[in-house]
Design a protein around this ligand. Structure first.
Ligand SMILES: O=P(O)(O)OC[C@H]1O[C@](O)(COP(=O)(O)O)[C@@H](O)[C@@H]1O
Length: 326
């Protein structure tokens, strides 16, 4: 494996990554609203893998579709790319929000992050408790271990608005009943989402567009690492803690190199160094429109970002060679 040379990631790969998520998004979008989550997910996986294997990288999937024995493709540890290029870690979710896609509801995306080998947290497929806010706030104003009310008040004070003007995004799950009660008790508003917390976290970075100031609660750990990669690029603050509530989960995490099962991870501990991130909308969403199928064209909307430069590129692509998407 060749070590990554400084700045080699962006020149070769930043825009190439857009192709990878575009392809997965189009494949999934063909199955939008059909009520078949597995078919949409499989289509996205196949398309993403095919495109990834054209990239000039020596890639290893560290956040993927599951362990080798449970996922035939894009499993954790799978090697992807041509093998001739920089050694990189890859976190991916070819269809983030499978249920959203199956129901054709907002904010399902195809998503990938890439970083120098050894830079992304190898998180097992367990839950993660998360807190995130967008850029522009003083460092450390929110804390995963602080009461939710304190975090909400801190964001309101830093933003210079009454607490009633703050909106928190939380996954609509029974496990969040107390969290929801505590946040509502402050007078803040809550946007309850059915699924898709990678988008939920990213929404905190554009509160005027999305209306979301803070993300709180428990979602998937793989999604946590992907969201952290995005925040490393756009800016913002995030903390996460794996929920390792059974001995077998602790053992599994230990095998993946996680020694302290109660560790609170900061942004840089989940995604360090030079990070690239790309996402393409599958269904229409707050920050990305979904795939549009025209008579002779397909239109995709993608965001591609890089941490070391802070560049955020919005790519609206019109594809006319439709056979490429067959
Ligand atoms: O549905 P659960 O078990 O609460 O898990 C929450 C996780 O599921 C999602 O809502 C959707 O994940 P999938 O795309 O795998 O269906 C994630 O965004 C979130 O992190």
């Amino acid at each position: 494996m060749k070590p990554v040379e400084a700045s080699s990631l962006d020149r070769i790969l930043t825009l190439e990554l857009a192709r990878v998520t575009e392809r997965a998004a189009v494949a999934a979008a063909r199955l939008r609203g059909r009520g078949d989550e597995m078919a949409a997910d499989q289509a996205a996986v196949d398309a993403m893998r095919q495109e990834l294997n054209h990239l000039p990288i020596d890639g290893t999937v560290v956040i993927g579709e599951g362990e080798r024995d449970e996922a035939p493709m894009l499993y954790i540890g799978e090697k992807v790319g041509t093998g001739k290029g920089p050694a990189v870690d890859i976190a991916l979710d070819p269809l983030e929000g499978t249920t959203i896609c199956a129901k054709n509801l907002p904010n399902s995306i195809a998503v990938i992050a890439l970083a120098e080998a050894g830079s992304l947290l190898n998180a097992p497929d367990v839950y993660m408790d998360k807190i995130a806010i967008g850029p522009g706030f003083p460092a450390g104003i929110v804390d995963l271990d602080a009461p939710p009310a304190d975090n909400i008040r801190a964001v309101a004070a830093a933003k210079g608005v009454p607490v009633g003007e703050i909106t928190a995004c939380i996954l609509d799950r029974p496990r969040h009943a107390k969290l929801i009660e505590d946040v509502r008790a402050t007078g803040a508003s809550i946007r309850l989402i059915g699924d898709g917390d990678v988008a939920g976290v990213i929404h905190t970075t554009e509160p005027t567009e999305t209306g979301i100031d803070i993300y709180l609660g428990i979602g998937g750990a793989p999604e946590g690492v992907l969201a952290a990669a995005a925040l490393r690029c756009i800016g913002g603050q995030m903390q996460g803690r794996l929920i390792l509530d059974r001995p077998e989960k602790i053992e599994r995490a230990a095998r993946m190199g996680i020694k302290d099962p109660r560790k609170k991870y900061g942004l840089e501990e989940m995604a360090k160094g030079d990070v690239l991130f790309a996402a393409t909308g599958v269904t229409d969403g707050n920050f990305l429109q979904g795939v549009k199928f025209g008579r002779n064209s397909i239109t995709t909307n993608t965001v591609v970002m890089r941490s070391s430069t802070g560049t955020v590129r919005w790519i609206r692509a019109m594809h006319t060679q439709l056979d490429k998407f067959e």
